[in-house]
Design a binder for this molecule. Structure first.
Ligand SMILES: Nc1ncnc2c1ncn2[C@@H]1O[C@H](COP(=O)(O)OP(=O)(O)OP(=O)(O)O)[C@@H](O)[C@H]1O
Ligand SMILES: [Mg+2]
Length: 260
């Protein structure tokens, strides 16, 4: 099992979008077991898979009630296994977060107890910035994917993420590497091109993908579909497929078609 934490210091950069679409792309490219877990009280990840946003069932409530995750895991039409955060009231959210704070290895243990196949891939979607959820995800992950936008504020915020990775991941022997995705790139804007070049120069092969700004990404969500299904031949779908292939290479996964 490979656990990938999708993180960013700043909000609204495309973490949930990338979690859903990279998971779908990897499954379509031949990874049999792909699981996505939503560790964000926004409970938005399920929307990308057609889940009911008002459904109470999810990781938060199941954990508070001492139930296993099997009861709240749904399989999407695309074949990805989805664990929504679920809907909880404020008191329950606070109680859940206290539990996570007191048990830093909670997520790692929950994932371990699922007994997934060795070649399974698990994506963890997180809220932006330091939080008990990000701490859990970083503590369980072998690979961290940092998502950034091509603007100065996002670029400056990369340093915070690097410090958090250093605190929670680097000391662990099972941690592999930190990778980066530049999202909403726009080839018509000079700043976007400049930041892309700076990231390519400074990160090298750790920049695993550049996903372009594409209206189809927003539209796909409105129709409860992945971008790959909604606009198969569009720019973002193409970028996301390529990014998933590079991610698979870093994970050492064998994809349909012979890679790696
Ligand atoms: N490549 C893209 N092109 C166009 N729109 C995009 C792209 N990527 C993401 N978006 C849009 O940007 C918005 C934010 O995306 P998303 O919710 O995935 O970000 P997030 O990082 O998960 O946000 P949060 O920090 O609040 O969890 C959404 O409306 C999404 O549809
Ligand atoms: Mg999100």
């Amino acid at each position: 099992m490979k656990v990938i934490a999708i993180v960013s210091a700043k909000g609204g950069v495309g973490k949930t979008t990338l979690t859903a679409n990279l998971a779908t792309a990897l499954h379509r490219q031949g990874v049999a077991t792909v699981l996505v877990a939503d560790l964000d009280p926004q409970n938005a990840l399920g929307l990308h898979f057609g889940a009911d946003p008002a459904s109470l069932a999810g990781i938060s409530r199941a954990s508070l009630e001492g139930e296993g995750w099997g009861s709240v895991c749904v399989q999407s039409l695309a074949g990805v296994h989805v664990l929504p955060y679920g809907v909880v009231n404020e008191a329950d959210r606070v109680a859940f977060e206290r539990h996570l704070d007191a048990h830093p290895d909670w997520l790692a243990q929950q994932l371990h107890s699922l007994d997934l196949p060795q070649d399974a891939v698990v994506f963890i979607d997180t809220p932006p910035g330091p939080s008990v959820y990000m701490q859990q995800a970083l503590t369980a992950a072998q690979v961290v994917v940092v998502v950034s936008l091509p603007d100065a504020a996002s670029y400056a915020a990369l340093a915070l993420m690097q410090r958090l990775v250093h605190a929670y991941c680097t000391p662990r022997p099972d941690f592999s590497e930190t990778l980066y995705v530049l999202n909403q790139a726009d080839g018509a804007r000079q700043l976007s091109k400049d930041i892309k070049r700076v990231m390519q120069d400074s990160l090298g092969a750790r920049l695993i993908g550049v996903v372009h700004e594409d209206q189809a990404v927003r539209e796909a969500l409105a129709y409860d579909q992945s971008v790959l299904e909604y606009d198969t031949h569009g720019q973002a779908a193409d970028d996301l497929r390529k990014c998933a292939q590079v991610l698979a290479q870093h994970l050492g996964l064998r994809l349909a078609g012979g890679a790696p």
